[in-house]
Design a protein around this ligand. Structure first.
Ligand code: ATP
Ligand code: MG
Length: 256
């Protein structure tokens, strides 16, 4: 049965999409069957895997509105073992159109339930906000991975995210847990990155992945080639990082 993991942080640009795409790809590389659900109207995960965001008419948006079945919107084997539920800017409309709908927080959960048995992992790339889409993702998920960028304001907003996770656990989704914090864009040439990691470890009573994702130009380049990093450059530091993270995620699986 698929384990559903939301990749969330309402802060923008912290590495959510980079983590969602490349963790998905590295899990797939290890033979796991993976669905990457792009739940961000920016559609960066979809674009980063080479899809033309403007040329799609079967996306997460139509699924959420009940216009097409989820299996029709999922693109199979975009890469080996990796399927994607794409999205584009149409999805921004869903936030508004869902207002007043019965059980609006449960829609993504209900849809993913229909395909859960097809996968070992379903990863959800969340938008940089704590709105309806992220609430839907957290309601559907078994756990959350929180990417944190190694920069000075790393802890800003994190208490708000943890509070939101607590709220959802106490209401919509009692099984939800924070699976772990993952540090991204670590720059070993600066003291700042190290200080941020130490500071977060001191102040945050949460599980933290041993793997730290380095700042690596290959990770930034890969989306423009429509490839996950492991297929773009199989031996770069970014690939090594996400492969190690995939191993940790698989090992943690027994603790659910
Ligand atoms: N480890 C890394 N090394 C170098 N560049 C990175 C790394 N991680 C992410 N980036 C780059 O930083 C930018 C932001 O990353 P990403 O899009 O993954 O963040 P995000 O949290 O999904 O952003 P948003 O909140 O807008 O959805 C992108 O240009 C990405 O290529
Ligand atoms: Mg993103």
């Amino acid at each position: 049965m698929g384990r559903i993991i939301a990749i969330a942080n309402q802060k923008g640009g912290v590495g959510k999409t980079t983590t969602a795409v490349n963790l998905s790809a590295c899990l797939a590389e290890k033979g796991k069957k993976v669905l990457l659900a792009d739940l961000d109207p920016q559609g960066n995960a979809s674009g980063g895997l080479g899809l033309d965001k403007n040329a799609m008419d079967a996306t997460a948006y139509e699924v959420i509105l009940g216009e097409i079945p989820i299996r029709k919107a999922i693109i199979r084997e975009i890469f080996e073992n990796l399927d994607i539920l794409p999205s584009n800017r149409d999805l921004a409309g869903a936030e508004i159109e869902l207002i007043g709908t019965e059980d609006m927080q449960y829609i993504v959960r209900k849809e993913l339930k229909k395909v859960k048995k097809d996968y070992d992992y379903i990863l959800i790339d969340c938008p940089p906000a704590l709105g309806t889409l992220t609430v839907n993702a957290l309601t559907a998920a078994n756990s959350v991975i929180v990417p944190i960028q190694c920069e000075y304001y790393a802890l800003d907003g994190l208490s708000q995210l943890i509070y939101t996770v607590d709220l959802i656990r106490n209401s919509l989704n009692p099984r939800l847990k924070i699976e772990g914090i993952v540090f991204t864009m670590y720059d070993s040439r600066t003291n700042l990155s190290l200080q941020v990691v130490e500071n977060v470890k001191d102040h945050l009573n949460q599980a933290i992945y041993k793997t730290i994702i380095p700042r690596n130009v290959r990770l930034a380049e890969a989306p423009s080639h429509g490839l996950p990093v492991n297929l773009y450059d199989a031996s770069c530091a970014g690939t090594e990082g996400y492969r190690l993270l995939a191993e940790e995620v698989i090992e943690n699986g027994g603790n659910d």
